[in-house]
Design a binder for this molecule. Structure first.
Ligand SMILES: Cc1cc2nc3c(=O)[nH]c(=O)nc-3n(C[C@H](O)[C@H](O)[C@H](O)COP(=O)(O)OP(=O)(O)OC[C@H]3O[C@@H](n4cnc5c(N)ncnc54)[C@H](O)[C@@H]3O)c2cc1C
Ligand code: SF4
Ligand code: SF4
Ligand code: SF4
Length: 372
């Protein structure tokens, strides 16, 4: 039976809760707002399945990569509304055209970040773009298994630990399954995100109705995080916006993220996508400040899907070392900020704006910039 003594040993993939035959595992939020499994000992039959599927009890080893590319979606509108070069949309379109479906993270009506399934291109804009909050997976793993058993094609997208959790849960390969993960330096607490939405609503005198984590109106490299109410828009560049500063400096990220088991060529997904930071230094002619996706091909299946989207993209060939050169999270975990505990233990003593001013000096903030 899964018991979490050390919080860094659980990434909230939910595989254990999804697999339990007695449905005796609940995912519950701790004081920091992160979900952890809690098993009901009385109902547990000690089958050991939860431990068998847990990706942090069976950490992957490093593999070689089949190819590394810089990619720009030829559709400018899609690229401008994607976080980097719009690779994800091309992968999703390819699978939808084959009659498949796609899982990914959206902001729902309450602005909660959760995974959903889409079956048509009309719904694709909701999945597009990064949402910097840990997403709720709900029953997505179980649904995916059922669809794959029916012979359906599924593209599942998420953080590397979510893909590892899905693979653990499925326990066997499926021809119809394609997976793509994002390079991930961590996920912030949903409780910290909710606090920020409340503080902005109080300032505006009306609720937040929309969030854009990566607006490119001022360019990709100088992207802004924006919070909209009916009559106002709050936000700033990721260097100055308090929520993003606390996230990028690992003040409010999950404990498991400081020793992530899935970076540095340990992804279990077919493809891994990221921002190609440093493209302006390495391939200046390719950079127009509208976004480039660093695309890492991990498997033959990933290569086949990439080949299918190639005609709709501008592509350059690069390599892993170049891709990781200006993007720390590609090959390393981010250590937690020394004031993380102080922050969570006294969260409600200050607004996020005050916390960012108190904990992050200018130097630290600039230091994290190579990463996003
Ligand atoms: C929490 C998080 C941390 C990240 N950290 C880094 C980093 O350190 N360095 C870096 O280069 N890139 C990072 N990324 C990835 C980056 O932001 C882009 O998602 C990536 O470059 C792909 O962009 P795209 O333009 O090809 O597609 P986009 O359309 O921008 O990609 C959207 C994809 O992201 C998925 N997604 C969005 N939000 C979430 C979420 N909360 N949980 C799970 N999946 C989500 C969607 O399901 C979809 O597959 C991170 C993404 C997330 C979600
Ligand atoms: S050991 Fe089996 S029954 Fe018990 S919690 Fe784990 S999966 Fe559920
Ligand atoms: S990492 Fe996933 S499978 Fe392991 S304990 Fe946490 S939620 Fe369960
Ligand atoms: S850093 Fe690693 S453990 Fe944390 S959310 Fe990302 S993939 Fe999961």
């Amino acid at each position: 039976m899964i018991l979490i003594d050390d919080k860094s040993a659980c990434c909230d993939c939910g595989a254990c809760a999804s697999v339990c035959p007695k449905k005796c595992i609940d995912l519950r939020a701790d004081d920091e707002g992160f979900l952890y499994p809690r098993a009901d000992e009385k109902s547990c039959i000690k089958c050991g399945l939860c431990e068998k599927v847990c990706p942090l009890l069976h950490r992957p080893t490093r593999h070689s990569v089949a190819g590394v590319y810089g990619l720009k979606n030829k559709d400018e509108e899609v690229r401008l509304t994607s976080s980097s070069g719009g690779c994800f949309t091309l992968l999703a379109q390819a699978v939808l055209k084959r009659g498949g479906c796609v899982y990914g993270a959206v902001l729902d009506e309450e602005l909660t970040v959760r995974h959903i399934r889409i079956d048509s291109e009309n719904e694709l804009p909701r999945l597009r773009g990064s949402k910097y909050v840990q997403s709720l997976l709900g029953d997505c793993f179980k649904e995916t298994a059922a669809l794959l058993k029916e012979g359906k094609t599924v593209l599942f997208s998420g953080t590397p630990c979510q893909i590892a959790g899905l693979k653990g849960f499925l326990r066997r390969p499926y021809d119809g399954l394609y997976t793509v993960d994002v390079v991930c330096h961590g996920v912030p607490s949903p409780a910290v995100y909710r606090k920020h939405l409340k503080e902005i609503a109080a300032k505006a005198g009306e609720p937040v109705t929309a969030v854009r984590f990566r607006s490119k109106e001022n360019g990709w490299k100088n992207g802004r995080t924006l919070f909209y109410t009916a009559h106002h828009c709050f936000g700033d560049t990721k260097r100055r916006e308090p929520y993003m500063r606390l996230f990028l400096n690992s003040v409010c990220t999950r404990p498991s993220c400081s020793d992530c088991a899935f970076n540095d060529r340990r992804s279990l997904a077919d493809l891994t996508i990221a921002d190609y930071w440093g493209i302006d230094k390495q391939f200046p002619d390719f950079d127009d400040d509208k976004g480039v996706t660093l695309t890492i091909i991990n498997t033959e299946k990933g290569q086949a899907l990439f080949d299918a989207i190639e005609k709709n993209a501008e592509i350059l060939v690069t390599d892993f070392a170049k891709g990781a050169r200006y993007n720390l999270a590609v090959a390393a975990s981010m250590p937690v900020h020394p004031a993380r505990r102080q922050f969570f233990e006294n969260l409600n003593e200050h607004s996020l704006e005050e916390w960012a001013a108190l904990l992050l000096d200018k130097k630290e903030n600039e230091g994290s910039e190579g990463n996003k």
